[in-house]
Design a protein around this ligand. Structure first.
Ligand SMILES: *Cc1c(COP(=O)(O)O)cnc(C)c1O
Length: 382
């Protein structure tokens, strides 16, 4: 049987995969079983920040593989300790909990908010406010956080205590805070899965102010927007706010599973011994890779992200383009499935978000490859 036939026979049918069997990649290019070459404008949904089989990342990961690949959290290991230090130094946060995915990082944030509120205000202040159209993960609790009804219908009852409010409507947000006993607010600065929709400065700064006034934890889901993706290390840094909790995953590991929940001083001590845990969380191999990724997201790299954004926007003149940095959504004039199929035909792998074309290339995609990919994408959109 072919890879496709085996997969269709034995793997649970939760994914509507594109008809491409990827067997090899290097940087921003990959090849299928037939030897056809693609330029990758999706990076495994914003994960392979420096592309496939990046030399430096691979060296960091394989060096760690050759010493200690796992110990459990019963022991100390260097990569996780150093990664936590690097994340705190770069963000001003005080402590990090390591998980293995974005959903798990958000689960941790929700636990922090509920325990913080219970410690400071009593256990009835348990509501978590999230935004309509948001996406926070696939576990039953992060599905409850996700503000899209179609994710909810099949899996009732979901975890209670979540309230959704429209994005970019500060008056509605304030009303929700008045009407509920709120522990925390969780939001994406750019709603990725929801259609690459940007939150306004006024809304984000307004939420930050209202939460600070009421001692409600302000929690930013940077699973997709984080780690240089939008042209800052974390997207909240565009808004001049200081969150209480920042979650991230996807691009942090460069292709290995890791999630992180960062906590500011105010709530750094909320989780104590036994309050949370993970067998794999902070795995040394994943952390060694993440440490390499994080170390390379410097000002020069971020300038390169913005330079590439400018180039893409110029090539897409006449189309409505949303998002920020190298997380961009393009309004299509025909079904996005047809645009993606034309891209594949032309040798480009891209993504969709709702009805939009979504582009999440490697942060360091070479300009020549980007130009070549944009030729195909511009033609595919026509
Ligand atoms: C992808 C994503 C998640 C879920 O991450 P997983 O690693 O798939 O659990 C959560 N939040 C946002 C904003 C995401 O884009």
């Amino acid at each position: 049987m072919s890879i496709t036939q085996l997969d269709k026979t034995y793997v649970a049918g939760t994914y509507n995969r594109f008809p491409v069997e990827i067997v090899r990649g290097k940087g921003s290019e990959c090849w299928n079983t037939a030897g056809k070459r693609y330029i990758d404008m999706g990076t495994g949904i914003g994960v392979t920040a420096f592309g496939y089989a990046d030399d430096e990342w691979q060296a960091a990961v394989t060096a760690q593989l050759g010493t200690v690949q796992h110990t459990s959290n019963l022991y100390y290991t260097e990569p996780g300790a150093k990664l936590a230090q690097a994340l705190c130094t770069r963000t001003g946060m005080s402590k990090v909990f390591f998980a293995n995915s974005g959903a798990e990082a958000n689960e941790c944030a929700i636990k922090v908010a509920r325990k913080y509120a219970a410690d400071t205000k009593g256990g009835d202040h348990h509501v978590i406010v999230t935004l309509e159209n948001s996406f926070h993960g696939r576990t039953l609790t992060t599905l409850a956080a996700t503000g899209q009804d179609h994710f909810h219908t099949l899996f009732q009852p979901l975890t209670p205590g979540f309230v959704h409010t429209p994005a970019n409507d500060l008056a509605a947000f304030e009303k929700v805070l008045d009407q509920h006993k709120v522990a925390g607010v969780l939001f994406e600065c750019v709603q990725g899965e929801g259609g690459v929709l940007n939150l306004t400065d006024e809304f984000v700064q307004g939420m930050a102010r209202l939460c600070a006034d009421r001692d409600i934890l302000l929690m930013v889901d940077e699973v997709q927007t984080g780690n240089g993706r939008t042209g800052k290390l974390y997207a909240y840094q565009h808004y001049g706010i200081t969150p209480d909790v920042v979650t991230t995953a996807k691009g942090l590991g460069g292709g290995l599973p890791i999630g992180a929940c960062m906590m500011a001083e105010k709530c750094a001590g909320v989780l104590g011994y036994g309050d949370h845990g993970s067998t794999y969380g902070g795995n040394p191999v994943c952390c060694a890779g993440a440490l390499n990724v994080l170390g390379r997201i410097d000002d020069a790299l971020l300038d390169g992200v913005l330079e590439r954004e400018t180039y893409i926007r110029r090539r897409l003149e006449g189309y409505a383009v949303t998002g920020r940095g190298l997380m961009l959504g393009v309004t299509c004039t025909k079904p996005v499935g047809e645009v993606l199929a034309a891209c594949r035909e032309g040798g480009v792998l891209a993504l969709s978000a709702k009805t939009k074309l979504r582009l999440l290339p490697a942060l360091n995609i070479p300009m020549e490859l980007l130009a070549e990919a944009m030729d195909v994408i511009v033609a595919a959109l026509k």
